[in-house]
Ligand binder design. Structure first.
Ligand SMILES: Nc1ncnc2c1ncn2[C@@H]1O[C@H](COP(=O)(O)OP(=O)(O)O)[C@@H](O)[C@H]1O
Ligand SMILES: Cc1ncsc1CCOP(=O)(O)O
Ligand SMILES: [Mg+2]
Length: 264
């Protein structure tokens, strides 16, 4: 696990272009900024080419999609492919809403994404595996999460991050599991959206492959959340969210290396 990428990210301060949802947009912008990336959000298709051109990576989030936003994502995705800019795709709630699943499948057929980041319910839906997703949450299912993540990666020819109590990162062959985290992430809406954008931030680092970027992003977010939770005396989701932004700014490679728990 190349945690030195955290220092590189802070040195390079890459621009991450987000087509965000309207629920968590500010958390995502502040999380990226606190860590050391440079966020920019846009809802306007006319500036798609300019924004892809200045960005090191793009993050497309389906959380509050509209017909206009789907058209914007198509344009952004196609331009990013032309410019070889990494695309991270967050298929919010595709396991719970058939319309969203169809939109996600259409977008994934339209351009090539670099990383798909979703919870078990979302990745299972894309992989075509039976699962009971619950709204934006993972829900319940009985399948093998590694097999589901691999099937999704092979189907869409990309890296997949299946997040949850253990984050599974795979390119369809290799598998990394990250065991860090805290249940407090589930009490703060937007944790997954932030992870998707942090994956984009690490993928934006020059000469970094997307599998490595995804693994480091998972350790950085889950590990930082764990460090914050360890300092709390009770379950305080509001305090956790504020503490997470502060700690994303302050956390060091050394602190993360001491607590990182992963198998590769
Ligand atoms: N029960 C849990 N224990 C530890 N970490 C968790 C838990 N649930 C989620 N996380 C962490 O929360 C972050 C967001 O993941 P997740 O909750 O799966 O996304 P989403 O918000 O899209 O459903 C990830 O960093 C993941 O490791
Ligand atoms: C509540 C909600 N509704 C539509 S998008 C969204 C936020 C989803 O955030 P996350 O997937 O990171 O929990
Ligand atoms: Mg989500």
């Amino acid at each position: 696990m190349n945690l030195e990428l955290l220092t590189t990210l802070r040195q390079q301060n890459p621009i991450v272009f987000n087509v965000a949802n309207f629920v968590t947009v500010q958390d995502v912008a502040n999380g990226l900024n606190a860590l050391g990336a440079s966020p920019i959000m846009s809802a306007e298709v006319a500036e798609a080419e300019s924004l892809v051109t200045i960005a090191g990576a793009v993050c497309l989030n389906l959380g509050t999609l509209t017909t206009r936003q789907i058209a914007q994502m198509q344009t952004v995705g196609r331009i990013a492919n032309q410019q070889a800019t990494p695309i991270v795709f967050d298929p919010v709630a595709v396991g719970a809403v058939p319309y969203r699943l169809q939109v996600a499948q259409d977008l994934l057929a339209d351009f090539q994404v670099t990383v798909i980041r979703g919870n078990a319910g979302e990745i299972a839906a894309l992989a075509g595996v039976d699962w009971q997703a619950k709204g934006i949450d993972a829900g319940t299912g009985g399948g093998d999460l590694i097999a589901i993540a691999k099937a999704c990666a092979q189907k869409y020819h990309c890296v997949v991050v299946l997040s949850g109590p253990t984050d599974v990162i795979t390119d369809g062959i290799r598998v990394t599991q990250v065991h860090n985290g805290t249940e407090l992430f589930q009490l703060h809406v937007g944790s997954g959206d932030l992870l998707s954008s942090l994956v984009a931030a690490f993928a934006a680092i020059e000469s970094t492959d997307s599998y490595t970027a995804a693994g480091v992003a998972a350790v950085v977010l889950a590990g930082t959340g764990e460090l914050v939770a360890d300092q709390l005396t009770a379950e305080r989701p509001g305090t956790f969210a504020v503490g997470l932004i502060d700690k994303l700014h302050l956390v060091t490679e050394k602190e993360l290396a001491q607590i990182a728990k992963y198998d590769e």
